[in-house]
Design a protein around this ligand. Structure first.
Ligand code: NG1
Ligand code: ZN
Length: 580
């Protein structure tokens, strides 16, 4: 390391002492903690991002967010050249840099990374880091720390993209590295063009009578609502944004996708009045007319984003029961996408009509985690789809989904997307070309155009609430479905999630996509004994990667049973026998 580089690093890092007595770890989604202790971590992640950019010779992203967590928390994570999460090989570097006790130790670790990864810090190359942040008040000062971190590596430059959704940052990194247009205006343009293309291809517009006109969005008092407001005019949709973050509401406090999915109740600013006329049919005999009359619904379609808009769930309001909702979670969004895509693929396959259509057997894969509702997995298997399970954390799901021609992944909490392989997209383009010369406007060509539009609409870099919402809206229009009709694809099994605070969550170690706890010894046997008390019960525990808790999940034939199974398993985790 050059003398100039050495003294720059020593000087800047002495301004960011690490918090005393805290050990940070790069978890499911980067570092997360109370914002007050994160300045040194963000500074050091800035250094790490610069090193990664030099090593990969690509643009790297750094996002400051704590997603759905409380407003006083914050976090930081790195986006790799593909726009996906930082490669797992580099996570140990993140951990060691974040926990280095002083500037000298930090310098030594940086040197080790440079040597190990063969990073050319010889001043002949430059590096570029895109910096984004969510709306948290602590974001501004943490951004300054990130800037200092990046700038303390000679030749590394940052580009501040401002307050963005997490998926926007991932998308921009990917676009930049593909040499494509990457501004926010380009992102909006791509979303609205592909959405309108799907809408133009809606087959039977009269079927749309079943879909309510207005969508009400709960923006979690974060950034997503504001971004949706910016494009909604160009979409031709009627959308009312609540909890936009501009009013008095607090980020993620009793609002947003995480709250709605976990608590299964209405978010703030929503009430019984939001129940629309449910789509209904009555049998009428009027003036000689005898038959069913259909009433379209109105205002019953609601959706919630999380604070940084990488998660989305839908819901409708159940009037009779106060704040209860009919939740349409990530599993059902996944099922809707899978159904639609499978339908388009089979239309396309019917087109193998001897008119030059080249054969291609597209492999569709669906990826879920242990939190997926068992009923959704059954449904997807009934559709004839290949369903895979990975541990929690989108980096695992994303990686698995990328192995297919079309890989659809979602966590039950609403984080997910659809990945299209380059090979499949080139074939699709070719097929589209062939079809336009032999059967323009045919069903096969429309299916090909729809799939191309989906690949452009849905974020290829990361789960994206905004693009997910638009794809749901387009498919509901395509099917002529209301949110309630969509919800009837299958009936969720009753489930319950609980969190338990423990001294050391790392004492719980799991295997088999987190469904079996191998440590502490004996706890899995005890959980099995609880499960055995129910017919068709399911339960597992795992340490959270983002909060200092152990999570408990239970599923059973009735809500009471799911609640009591979750409670008794939580009891095992809390009790002195295994974890204290
Ligand atoms: P942890 O805290 O590791 O359970 C949570 C979510 C993940 C993922 C991350 C990132 C659940 C049960 N877990 O992780 O799915 O979204 O946050 O934000 O919802
Ligand atoms: Zn999020």
């Amino acid at each position: 390391m050059k003398e100039e580089q050495l003294s720059l690093l020593l000087k800047s890092s002495s301004k960011f002492p690490p918090p005393l007595g805290v050990k940070l770890s790069y978890g499911t989604s980067g570092f997360r903690a109370d914002a007050s202790i994160l300045r040194s971590t963000v500074f050091r992640v800035g250094i790490l991002a610069a090193l990664r950019s030099f090593q990969t010779k690509s643009v790297i992203g750094l996002m400051i967010t704590a997603s759905h967590n409380v407003v006083s928390d914050n976090g930081v994570k790195v986006a790799d050249p593909s726009g996906g999460m930082l490669t797992q090989d580099w996570e140990p570097f993140a951990d060691s840099l974040a926990n280095a006790a002083d500037p000298h130790h930090l310098l030594q670790l940086i040197n080790e990374i440079i040597k190990k990864e063969n990073i050319p810090l010889d001043g002949t190359r430059s590096a570029e880091i895109l910096l984004g942040r969510d709306t948290r008040p602590s974001g501004e000062s943490l951004l300054e720390a990130a800037k200092e971190g990046v700038s303390s590596i000679l030749g590394a430059n940052f580009f501040d993209i401002g307050v963005v959704t997490t998926p926007q940052l991932h998308w921009m990194v990917r676009q930049r590295n593909l040499g494509l247009k990457a501004s926010e205006a380009d992102y909006f343009e791509q979303l609205s063009t592909s959405f309108r293309c799907l809408m133009d291809l809606v087959p039977n517009k009269s079927g749309m009578a079943n879909t309510s006109e207005k969508l009400i969005l709960d923006g979690a008092n974060g950034i997503g609502g504001e971004k949706l407001e910016m494009i909604k005019e160009s979409l031709g949709l009627v959308i009312e944004v609540r909890n936009s973050g501009k009013g008095a509401g607090v980020l993620n406090e009793k609002v947003g996708a995480d709250f709605v999915q976990k608590e299964k109740i209405l978010p703030r600013s929503f009430g019984p009045n939001d129940v629309g006329f449910r789509s209904a049919e009555i049998f009428a005999v009027v003036w000689g007319f005898r038959g069913w009359i259909k009433f379209g619904g109105g205002g019953d379609r609601c959706a919630s984003f999380d604070g940084d808009a990488d998660r989305i769930v839908y819901f409708s309001v159940i009037q009779e029961t106060g704040n209860k909702i009919n939740l349409v979670d990530g599993d059902k969004i996944l099922s809707l996408f899978a159904l639609f895509i499978k339908e388009q693929i089979s239309i396309l396959q019917q087109g193998k009509d001897g008119k030059g259509g080249s054969e291609y057997h597209a492999r569709i894969g669906v990826v879920q985690t242990a939190y997926a509702n068992g009923a959704s997995t059954d449904y997807l298997k009934r559709l004839g789809l290949e369903v895979m399970f990975t541990p929690t954390g989108v980096k695992y799901l994303h990686e698995q989904a990328a192995a297919y021609d079309i890989g659809i992944y979602f966590e039950a909490n609403g984080h997910g997307t659809v990945l299209f392989s380059e090979k499949f997209l080139s074939w699709l383009e070719e097929r589209n070309h062939e079809l336009s010369s032999v059967s323009i406007g045919s069903e096969q060509q429309k299916a090909a155009l729809r799939l191309v539009a989906v690949s452009k609409l849905i974020n290829q870099a990361a789960g994206d609430a905004l693009s997910g919402l638009l794809l749901v809206e387009a498919i509901l229009q395509h099917m002529g479905w209301s949110v309630n009709k969509w919800s009837e694809l299958y009936q969720d099994l009753p489930s319950r999630q609980l969190k338990v605070k423990v001294l050391d969550r790392k004492a719980v170690v799991t295997t088999n996509a987190e469904t079996v706890a191998v440590e502490p010894p004996g706890i899995q046997e005890a959980i099995n004994a609880e499960i055995a008390k129910y017919t068709q019960g399911r339960s597992f525990i795992r340490p959270s990667g983002t909060e200092d808790v152990v999570r408990v999940y239970a599923e059973a034939p009735t809500q009471e049973e799911a609640d009591s199974l979750a409670k008794s398993v939580a009891h095992l985790v809390e009790g002195p026998e295994y974890l204290k």
